[in-house]
Design a protein around this ligand. Structure first.
Ligand code: AMP
Length: 421
């Protein structure tokens, strides 16, 4: 079904066309009619599914035109990056209308945000902390909110925003429409949903465990002390445009970036300790191609939307299997191909198995030709196939047999697999 049959107002359809979208994604097909019907919605869908347009387009259609007075729509987001991206989406889709959107987040001064609020705005997209500041100052009132959107609720809870979220919900008028988006809806998140929503339509887009088939995954087993060397060797071996490198920690991200710069790579860094201006500079530089590599932590990278990321390299194995899916979702977007490499030390074996169980597939183990691996024999063997099938990846006893190492066989020419175009 094309966008034209979704009962969106013509000026916002024009906005969609200007963005180059042709077909709605599954979440858009299901959420747009539900939102337009005026009902509350709980959708389990993550970044990368097109969920921003799934709520932005019907919300714009319902607002129609700019109206003086307090804002009518509030969107809560867990991070500054997401807030900025969602506000940009509202502006992009709404470019053929006079509707106004304002973003409120920390890390920058209050001046511009305050003057936009004073000038009057229809849609506020905010992170909880800065929103509470403006509410306390009396610069913003939520009395006119008709639609409240709680986005990435799982991440907001992870980041400790639960009390702020509840306070904000209570400050909104009881008579309102509430839209609730979360990658997963475990019981503690369902509890927030039942607190904030009335008789919602439930939409589940089952992608949270799946990884795009256009992505090639590989695990490179390497000892911790050789990781950086292997990263450099991989960067030298692959044909890349933009590479996103993930680190578990902020400190680690800074260290990787510093060493990559010493090796003459152009590198941006994104993590929670960087100022808003530094983050904007990093993202814009990466998008424009000024930086070929971006080193990021999970939270900072959540929702990063950069077209043309050709490779994701997990310098550290993510502790949480869901983060693996989020990380590699940064490449291979919208039918493009991408490669996702994970550097795994022997001590990461159980995290790797947890990821494989979560995504329901084995990730091939590869070796980089010509790289001088030290003591690779210390890696635990992979479980034999019949054991995996029978027990769902049971214990990893000592003294396993080495024949499970088929993937350690040297491959032919690296370029034959890695080179894109
Ligand atoms: P989101 O899940 O909202 O973060 O969207 C992920 C990416 O998909 C963004 O780059 C969007 O611009 C893009 N996108 C969303 N909907 C569509 C669509 N219907 N057609 C093409 N691209 C889309």
């Amino acid at each position: 079904m094309p966008f034209t049959q979704l009962h969106l107002a013509p000026n916002f359809l024009k906005g969609v066309q200007a963005m180059g979208y042709t077909e709605p994604t599954p979440i858009q097909l299901r959420a747009i009619p539900a939102v337009l019907s005026g009902k509350d919605v709980v959708a389990s869908a993550q970044t990368g599914t097109g969920k921003t347009a799934a709520f932005a387009l019907p919300v714009l259609t319902m607002l129609g035109v700019h109206k003086a007075g307090w804002p009518r729509v509030l969107v809560l987001e867990p991070t500054r990056e997401l807030a900025a991206q969602v506000e940009t989406a509202f502006r992009d889709f709404g470019r053929f209308s006079d509707i106004r959107a304002t973003v409120l987040h920390g890390g920058v001064g209050y001046g511009r945000q305050r003057s936009e609020l004073r000038a009057g705005t229809d849609i506020v997209v905010a992170t909880p902390g800065r929103l509470m500041d403006f509410l306390q100052e009396g610069e913003l009132k939520l009395d006119a909110i008709q639609i409240l959107i709680l986005d990435e609720v799982d991440r907001m809870l992870d980041m400790g925003f639960i009390h702020d979220v509840k306070r904000v919900v209570q400050k909104c008028p009881a008579k309102r429409q509430t839209l609730f988006f979360s990658a997963t809806v475990p019981p503690e998140i369902a509890a927030v949903a039942s607190f904030a929503l009335k008789d919602p339509v439930r939409i589940e887009i089952g992608v949270s465990r799946t990884v795009t088939t256009s992505i090639t995954h590989a695990i490179y087993q390497v000892h911790q002390e050789q990781k950086f060397e292997l990263l450099l060797a991989l960067l030298a071996a692959i044909d890349f445009n933009s590479v996103l490198v993930f680190s578990r920690t902020k400190h680690g991200a800074d260290r990787i970036a510093r060493r990559l710069r010493e090796a003459n790579h152009s590198v941006a860094v994104l993590h929670a300790n960087r100022s808003q201006n530094q983050r904007i500079e990093a993202l814009e530089g990466f998008r424009s191609g000024r930086y070929e590599v971006m080193v990021a932590t999970d939270i900072a990278a959540r929702g990063i939307d950069v077209a043309g990321v050709t490779h994701v390299i997990n310098y550290d194995v993510p502790e949480n299997p869901e983060d693996y899916v989020h990380r590699i979702g940064r490449t291979g977007r919208a039918q493009a191909v991408g490669d996702a490499f994970t550097l795994a030390a022997p001590e990461n074996a159980s995290d790797v198995r947890a990821i494989e169980r979560f995504i329901g597939q084995e990730i091939p183990r590869l070796k980089l030709e010509g790289f001088d691996y030290k003591a690779a024999s210390a890696f635990p063997p992979r479980p034999a196939p019949q054991r995996r099938g029978g027990h769902g990846g049971g214990g990893q006893g000592g003294g396993g047999r080495p024949q499970g190492q088929a993937s350690h066989h040297p491959r032919g020419k690296p370029g034959a697999h890695w080179g894109r175009r």
